[in-house]
Design a protein around this ligand. Structure first.
Ligand SMILES: O=C(O)CCC(=O)C(=O)O
Ligand SMILES: [Fe+2]
Length: 369
């Protein structure tokens, strides 16, 4: 399939017409069934159908390409082109966040659900973000326009890994207690479905290369000298844990993974003085490596959230009009390990990050006793 490497490890794919047709025919067929299901049931079903499509070799080229990102191999971002959604399918751009029952599934969204299944990953949502929704609207909201760190404001949304503050792998408290690898409610992948973007305001990404960071900075960034704080859009300070974490980490000797919310990260007071400089070096490396993605409506972007940071450029002069036709994406976070998020679920596929913090507190109490 026409497959362009836009930037190192960032690919744009144009599915071959027959595979696209398969997805579209199925989306049409599934819509009447899907509209009557809860979001949890929708994604469970779509993931199953997508997985079967992949097993039965119905969309071999799309499956092959997605394998490169679902295995955390060489692709780190994949933009999959698709037909531009029409107004009849998706309706108007919402002006506010919606209750789950008003967040109607579209054919375009069914295509993304199938793609999640083809990838072999599972969608979930948070109580702290558009509660009860697995599918989150990324829209401009008039009354949030002056806030920083929310996608609803037209200001630039700085580079971040999604839900960085919910990742407490190896995090340490002030008594030196260290959390194991299962203290993590943040996603492995992030998927964005572009529905409207009249002024082409880009989503941008950055894929850091640890080899281009000085060894000294790399060492400091691998120590628990930092704290990623929670943006208002992710539930705000109530979701901040009393734990310090590193920016660079790995699991079972993996290549380096990253977690950072560049607009809202602090270096702890007791860290060596150079720790702050190391963070500055890393953020400037991220800026150097940043790249604007193609953002045409109909595109579904899959981002490896362990290794890639993303953000959104400022709206600039093209301010939102709040007229039902502003920029609109739908975001879904995903994991390939539902058992990992189970302890934090308040209902199937809905995670409360406070559960993570509570479990950390119980663990600490047991260690002290
Ligand atoms: O609006 C965008 O392009 C990106 C927003 C974002 O960071 C997100 O949805 O997680
Ligand atoms: Fe984000």
């Amino acid at each position: 399939m026409p497959n362009i490497e836009l930037w190192p490890d960032v690919f744009e794919i144009e599915p071959i017409p027959s595979e696209l047709r398969t997805l579209n025919v199925l989306s049409d067929e599934l819509l009447p069934i899907m509209v009557n299901l809860s979001q949890t049931e929708q994604y469970k079903k779509l993931e199953k159908i997508g997985a079967a499509m992949s097993e039965d070799n119905l969309v071999p080229e799309i499956s092959d390409t997605l394998m490169h990102i679902s295995s955390h191999r060489n692709a780190r971002v994949i933009a999959i082109r698709g037909p531009e959604p029409d107004d009849a399918d998706i309706g108007k751009t919402p002006l506010e966040y919606r209750q789950p029952e008003n967040n109607k599934i579209s054919k375009t969204e069914i295509r993304r659900g199938l793609i999640l299944g083809i990838m072999g990953v599972n969608a979930y949502g948070y109580t702290s973000q558009q509660p009860g929704n697995i599918r989150n609207d990324i829209i401009a909201i008039d009354k949030l326009k002056n806030l920083n760190g929310v996608s609803a404001s037209p200001k630039e949304l700085d580079l971040h890994t999604e839900d960085a503050s919910y990742n407490l792998i190896g995090a340490q408290d002030s008594s030196g207690n260290i959390l194991p690898n299962n203290y993590n409610a943040s996603p492995d992948w992030l998927t964005l479905s572009f529905l409207r973007n009249p002024d082409n305001i880009p989503t941008f990404i950055s894929v850091p290369n640890a080899d281009n960071i000085s060894p000294e900075a790399r060492e400091l960034l691998s120590m628990p000298y930092y704290r990623n704080l929670t943006n208002p859009g992710q539930g705000g300070t109530a979701n901040d844990a009393d734990y310090n974490s590193s920016v660079i980490y790995s699991i079972d000797d993996s290549e380096p993974y990253f977690r950072i919310n560049t607009s809202n990260i602090i270096t702890i007071a007791s860290a060596p003085k150079k720790a702050k400089e190391a963070l500055g070096e890393f953020i400037s490396h991220l800026d150097d490596m940043s790249f604007d993605l193609p953002v045409t409506p109909g595109t579904i972007v899959v981002i490896d959230n362990l290794r890639v940071m993303h953000g959104r450029r400022a709206y600039g002069k093209n301010l939102p009009k709040y007229d039902g036709y502003d920029r609109w994406q739908q975001r879904i976070v995903a994991t390939d390990d539902l058992d990992r998020i189970k302890p934090f679920e308040v209902s199937e596929r809905i995670v409360d990050p406070m559960e993570l913090i509570k479990l950390a507190a119980v663990r600490r109490k047991n260690e002290v006793e």
